[in-house]
Write a protein that binds this ligand. Structure first.
Ligand code: HEM
Length: 277
């Protein structure tokens, strides 16, 4: 089965890649019970998956309104007790498969003022709360020189009716959505048997959206993670060839940032076995 998003087919380097989508396509849905997944993580690892600034509740409430406008009010069976007083952004996040990040302008900088992050890719809520766009992207090679000013302008210029989408991808030996840290995952690479590489290695796509909060003036950034094993491509020669081109053609900066070097032998072995002669 072909992965839903295949951003590797589109660019070999970091890119902004934001494009407008129909507002009705904002949330992709498709997860039966995101609240169960997110509540379990909140109970076990609160600081990794949730953080808020004290003055962010008005923006959070506007996010909840947007989500309810898109999905309708939360159904609550009469026989269940009422939910405790949840922060509004978390109440919104329980309704959707996506992670929700509230960005607001303080001291002339767009800053992360609240987030529900249940599928973080090597970062945690407590680390990033309060960070500006520049600080969030400090680890991204070349971001300050190539993208920062343009991304800040996009945040300034967002019109209320506009919904923007971008995707990125990486490859990991983990089928978990919740991956706060790279170390335990990378420590297991040596255990992967060559013949199992296609099943174990996962294409990890983040589908992200950005939109204005018209009343409070903030911006909502959403992140939805989609996983597919490399072997999902194996029965589609064209898709597999496109992935092979992307893997081999990625720029040195992108390869270094995503640590493709750690997976090269496994991926090349998989490709040698799977690509038509
Ligand atoms: C909407 C405009 C944005 C653009 C164009 C953008 C672009 C990027 C790019 C190019 C990367 C490197 C990986 C990739 O290819 O995606 C990245 C990583 C990242 N972005 Fe963004 N980003 C945006 C907004 C945000 C926002 C609002 C947040 C707030 C949560 C955020 C948080 C991060 C983090 C935490 C990373 C990983 C940094 C690390 O390696 O530690 N980004 N972003």
């Amino acid at each position: 089965m072909s992965p839903r998003h295949r951003p590797w087919e589109e660019a070999a380097d970091f890119q902004i890649g934001l494009r407008p989508i129909a507002p009705d396509d904002w949330l992709e849905g498709g997860e039966a019970d995101p609240a169960a997944r997110k509540d379990a993580l909140l109970a076990a690892h609160r600081g990794l998956v949730w953080a808020e600034k004290p003055d962010s509740r008005a923006g959070q409430a506007e996010v909840l309104e947007l989500v309810e406008a898109a999905l309708g009010p939360a159904p609550r069976p009469a026989d269940l007790p009422p939910l405790p007083n949840l922060p509004p952004l978390y109440a919104a996040a329980r309704r959707v498969a996506d992670d929700l990040c509230l960005m607001e302008k303080h001291d002339d900088q767009w800053r992360l003022t609240a987030l529900s992050l249940s599928a973080g890719s090597f970062f945690t809520a407590e680390e990033v709360i309060g960070r500006s766009l520049a600080e969030l992207h400090g680890p991204v090679t070349g971001f300050a020189d190539r993208f920062l000013v343009r991304v800040q302008r996009i945040f300034e210029g967002l019109r209320p009716e506009l919904v923007l989408e971008r995707r990125n991808w990486t490859l990991l030996n983990s089928a978990e959505l919740h991956t706060p840290s790279s170390a335990p995952i990378r420590a297991r690479i040596g255990e992967i048997e060559t013949a199992q590489a296609g099943a174990v290695l996962q294409l990890r796509v983040e589908r992200q959206t950005l939109r204005r909060l018209p009343v409070t003036g903030g911006a909502l950034f959403t992140i939805r993670v989609w996983l597919a094993s490399l072997s999902d491509l194996a029965d589609q020669p064209e898709r597999l060839a496109a992935f092979a081109r992307a893997w081999r053609g990625a720029t040195p900066q992108l390869r270094a940032y995503k640590r493709f070097d750690l997976y090269d032998d496994l991926v090349e072995g998989f490709l040698a076995r799977s690509l038509p002669a």
